[in-house]
Ligand binder design. Sequence first.
Ligand code: EPZ
Length: 417
Amino acid sequence: MSRMVIEGGKRLEGKVEVHGSKNAVLPILAATVLGNGISVIHDCPKLKDVASSIEILRGLGCKVSWQNNTVIINSENIFTHYIPEKLMREMRSSIIFLGAIISRCRKATISMPGGCELGPRPIDLHIKAFRQLGIKIDESHGYISCSVDKIACGDIHLDFPSVGATENIMLVASLAKGVTTINNAAKEPEIVDLQNFLNKMGAKIRGAGSSIITINGVDKLSSVEYRAIPDRIVAATYLSAAAITGGYVTVNNLIPSHISSVCSVLRECGCKLQQEANAITIKAPKRPLPVDFVRTLPYPGFPTDAQSPLMAVLSVASGTSIIAENMFENRFKHVAELNRMGADIKVDGRIAVTRGVERLSGAKISATDLRGAAALVIAGLNADGITEVDGMHHLDRGYESFEKSLSKLGAKIKRVD
Ligand code: EPZ
C-alpha cells in the first residue's frame, strides 16, 4: 500500500485545477444503464470508485472504454441483473446501481453494501421508497433481491434527505408510468447534475436542488453525451491546503455557489477569498483564526466531506474551535492521527473541540477513510519536519493526482509505493 511523504512548512502558491465530481459521476454512470445505446461522459476523474463503477457496468454486460477523463459506455446488451459481492463490497455507493438495474431489468440482486469506515451505512430509506413504488424486496443471507412487474408511481417522503436514496428514486421512477414526488429530497448539486443528465436522456424531472422533486415517467430514455460538474469537495480540500500553509492559491474549475458554506468558514479563519465565475483565489493569513462552531448538515449546510480537511486547518488556529459532525456516526477517525502530530483535539460523541497549536510536528500516521486521508496529507503540509501518511488507497478513491497538484503549488510531497 502506498504512502505519502511530506516535508512541511512550504507556503502553497499558484494555480490548481479541480477534476470532475466523483459524487456526480457515480450516479450518472449508473444512469447510463437506462439508455440502450452509447453514452459518453466527460470529466470523469481517474479514481478507484469510478473504476469500480466501470467494473459493475461491465459485469452487467455493458462495453466500457475509458480514454483520459472520458468514459464511453455501450449499454445495448445488459445480460444480468446481479452485482457480485466483491464489487458491492469495494464501494458502498454501488447501492446507486439498484434503482437503475430494477428500472432496466425489472429485477436486481445485490449484496448488502455493508458498513464503511464512517460507521453503519443503512439503506432503509432506499428500501422503504422502493416498496412504496411496488417493488418486492427480499433481504436474506446478506443479499437484497428486488423484483417488480410494473413500477408504480407515488408520493414519497424521505425521513432524512438522503443523497443516495434521492438518486435511487430518481433512477427507478424515470421510466415508470405516472408522476412520482420526492418530499424532503436531498438538495446537493450532484442531484441537480443527475437530473440534468437524465433530462438530457429524455426524462421529465423537475425540482432537483429543492426539497421537492417530481419525476414524470417516460417510455424511453436515449443514451447521450454529458459533462459532469466539478468536484466541490476536492475544491474545498485545495482551499483548506492553502489555508493551512498561509498560502496564496487560485483554484480553477469550480462552481463557487457549490461551496459557499466552506468559503464562509474560511473567511472566519481570516482568509481572503476572491470569487470569479469558475475560480476562487484564496489568500490565507500566516496562522488561521479559530471558528466558534461549525456543524455539518445536508446541503447547503457545511458538507460533512469537508469536515476533516477543515479540522486540520483549525488544529493550527490561534484559538479553540468546535465542530459537530451530524451526518455520520464515526467520522472523527483522523483526530487520533492529528493528535499524534501534536494537535490538541478532544472528541465527545459527535462533538470535536480543537484547541489550536502553533504548528503541527511531522509523524508517521495512518489514514482510514477517504476524506480523513486528505486531511492528514494537508496537515503534513503544515507540520515541522517529515510526515508519512500511509493508507493512500483511501485517498485514491476520491482525489486524482493529488500529490502532483500539491507539488505544482510548491509542496514537498512524494508518493512511495
Ligand atoms: C453521499 O453518500 C456521498 N457519497 C457521501 O460522500 C456524502 O458524505 C453523503 O452523501 C452526505 O452528503 C456519494 O455521493 C457517492 P446519505 P450517501 O444517504 O448517499 C443515513 C465521500 O466522501 N442514511 O445522504 O451514502 C446515513 O447513514 C462520500 O465522497 C440512513 O439512515 O449519504 C448517513 O448518516 C462519503 N438510511 C446519512 O443518512 C438510508 O437509507 C447521510 O447519508 C440512507 C442514509
